[in-house]
Ligand binder design. Sequence first.
Ligand code: AMP
Ligand code: ZN
Length: 480
Amino acid sequence: MKNELLIYNTLSAKKEVFKPIQEGQIGMYVCGPTVYSDVHLGNCRTFISFDMIYRYLLHLGYKVRYVRNITDAGHLEASLSGKGKLDQLEPMEIVQKYTVGFHKIMEMFNNHSPTIEPTATGHIIEQIEITRKILEKGLAYESNGSVYFDVEKYNEKQNYGELSGRKIEDLISGTRDLDGQDEKRSPLDFALWKKASPEHLMRWPSPWGEGFPGWHLECTAMSTKYLGETFDIHGGGMDLKFPHHECEVAQGKASNGNPPVNYWLHANMLTLNGQKMSKSTGNTILPMELFTGDNDIMDKAYHPMVVRFFMMQAHYRSILDFSSQALSASEKGYNKLMSSLKDLDALPVKADSSEDVEAMIDRFYTAMNDDFNTPVLVAKLFDAASYINKVKSGQANISKADLEKLSREMKGFVFDVLGIREIEESGSNKLDAAMEIVLELRKNAREQKDWATSDLIRDKLNEAGIVVKDSAEGTTWSLN
Ligand code: AMP
Ligand code: ZN
């Protein structure tokens, strides 16, 4: 491990030298997706940011237990009419569909799987147990079949707001939470357990009657179970800092007295037209819409590896705005970097190097050790690519030993750390040629107003995973 790894910790609002609890091992928890709809590109950015962090920790030689949950216990409701079982909305069918879809997208982005991917519904007993412990400590109360965390009581000895930097007085004066407010002692109190209304589909028996766990509790239950009462790293998007993560800190401290997490990491938002990409406002683009080109925002389709490279060109704590222009620039950069990696294998060697290759490699580590600074790393990789170009054209030299080192380290940082892989091109030239013929035939059919043939060609190609898009400029195609 070269130098020390500095990580920006939300808890101290500073970069700190990273020290794991157990030498050489790291426990890391990241809040996972809610699987009631497709993940949008903003969600993907957060998961890709933490994949990069996971990859760098592995690259440094750490053994990492990486837990990322699936939020599958939700608030689906149905009218309880006399219909048959199979006519009724089945939450687990929805969960299955979107979990499979999520995994497919993560795979396309070349994200590693977490080492454990637990579900909220698989940990109801653990959540009930934590609720009981907090009740026993007198830091929660039961009210009409629900259990609420007593924020003001907790705050007498602890500091509610320590993570998000909020002050409890401001929170009290600023809250207008009407949902179930009559049951709560204070609007700040949050549910550990909620009584299920008759329409509520996901429900479990508990000491307080039939109900379901509050959202914040699942992450406390699963992180404690798999990583312990205090673990190294907890991550999630910036928007989860409050209240979700603040509540996790409170639940952890209230149930066992320990601060649950040493380093809190928050990834910043992906924006579209300057606004946070968000399901609720509809300001989103889905990954598949981007890969197929089937959207109104981008000028063409983009490969998942280009999108990933685009994200790596921003620091994970910076806001990143998504646009056609920016992606098109990233595509050029991606191609340049990939072609210089290919050149590496065929470079001529000399007795000595004309540049300090060791220092060049050190700069890769320095960038990443500074709170995972991928944009600086990418800039340093481009510097190395320029050197490779010079060697290729005879304007600079590299020794055999240096070439081997540079090749190993550059490939390590690009493929293993940034998680960028080559776009497979096998057979693509032949496919290009064949598609040119097919689209020519389709164009002829359209000119003769033979819409049946033109639609048939488009639909059959679509079935085969090739998406055809017509626009004013002509017809383009992309692989689904
Ligand atoms: P959710 O499924 O809504 O719980 O979100 C899953 C993850 O995506 C969370 O870590 C969120 O913080 C994150 N997220 C949501 N919107 C965005 C966005 N626009 N940019 C980056 N991350 C986001
Ligand atoms: Zn969470």
